[in-house]
Design a protein around this ligand. Structure first.
Ligand code: ATP
Length: 246
């Protein structure tokens, strides 16, 4: 399949993060067949595609929550093949999973403190993040289980941002949120980029995600199908018909 209206960007030569030929799966089931992803500094990159394409599998593999069967992952030129997911933050990469991304019985403040494990100046970092997420400031002593869905998503992002990662992976930031909250969540993701953290996100609400993304990759049946800048994707009739029809 090809789409002449979509500009294909060859390998990015100034990438902060690069993944090449990623292969993985579950038991006997191979899900990814040689996927490539590049992320530049201060860039929001969106991965989208049909259900079952392997998007969540990809983000888990890139964060080493799933063993790689093949391929290479690098940040700032250093190889991450032998780095486990608990050490990823030491290499400047944070992760906001779709579920179980906060400690429900702990307060907002305690959740942020837990995110501060590798932070040299946690007080000033916390203050900076509460500026970014003022809603959390008003709820510091409230337990995470009592937050609304949107507030919980903010807390999950703030917690992952405490160590000031260079790159944040976010799995389905809009999952379960109302349209108004979806818009606010993507505004926050744009602010995260402004504050100096690049973002790789997977998102079903592609139109909303493209409003802030710089580039996007379409994944289909475990392979790269298209890649391009967000405007090319938005303007591609073929991509609209194939992937944005809902
Ligand atoms: N833990 C697992 N064990 C076995 N197979 C799995 C597991 N998780 C996912 N799969 C399979 O891997 C394939 C890709 O799933 P994945 O969740 O990565 O797709 P996705 O693109 O994120 O889909 P969706 O948009 O529906 O969330 C699917 O066929 C799925 O059934």
């Amino acid at each position: 399949m090809s789409d002449s209206s979509l500009e294909t960007i060859p390998t990015v030569d100034d990438a902060l993060f690069s993944a090449r030929d990623i292969e993985t799966g579950y038991g006997e089931l191979q899900v990814l067949y040689g996927v490539d992803i590049d992320i530049r500094q201060n860039e929001i990159v969106l991965v989208f595609g049909p259900n079952g394409a392997g998007k969540s599998t990809l983000i888990k593999a890139l964060y080493q929550r799933l063993p790689l069967w093949g391929g290479e992952v690098e940040i700032d030129g250093s190889d991450l093949s032998d780095v486990n997911s608990n050490q990823m933050i030491e290499h400047g990469i944070g992760f906001v999973p779709q579920t179980e991304n906060v400690f429900p019985n702990l307060t907002v403040a305690e959740n942020l403190d837990i995110g501060a494990i590798h932070v040299t100046n946690p007080e000033s970092r916390r203050a900076a993040l509460l500026e970014l997420f003022p809603r959390l400031k008003e709820r510091l002593m409230q337990t995470a289980e009592t937050l609304s869905g949107g507030e919980r998503q903010m807390l999950a992002m703030a917690r992952a941002l405490m160590p000031n990662p260079e790159l944040l992976f976010i799995d389905e930031p809009s999952a379960g949120l109302s349209p108004q909250l979806i818009e606010r969540t993507f505004d926050h993701i744009a602010q995260i980029r402004e504050s100096g953290t690049a973002v790789l996100m997977i998102e079903q609400d592609v139109n909303a995600a493209l409003s802030v993304a710089d580039r996007g990759y379409v994944l289909e049946m475990g392979e790269n199908r298209f890649e391009g800048d967000a405007m090319s994707i938005r303007e591609s009739q073929q991509i609209r018909d194939l992937y944005l029809g809902r």
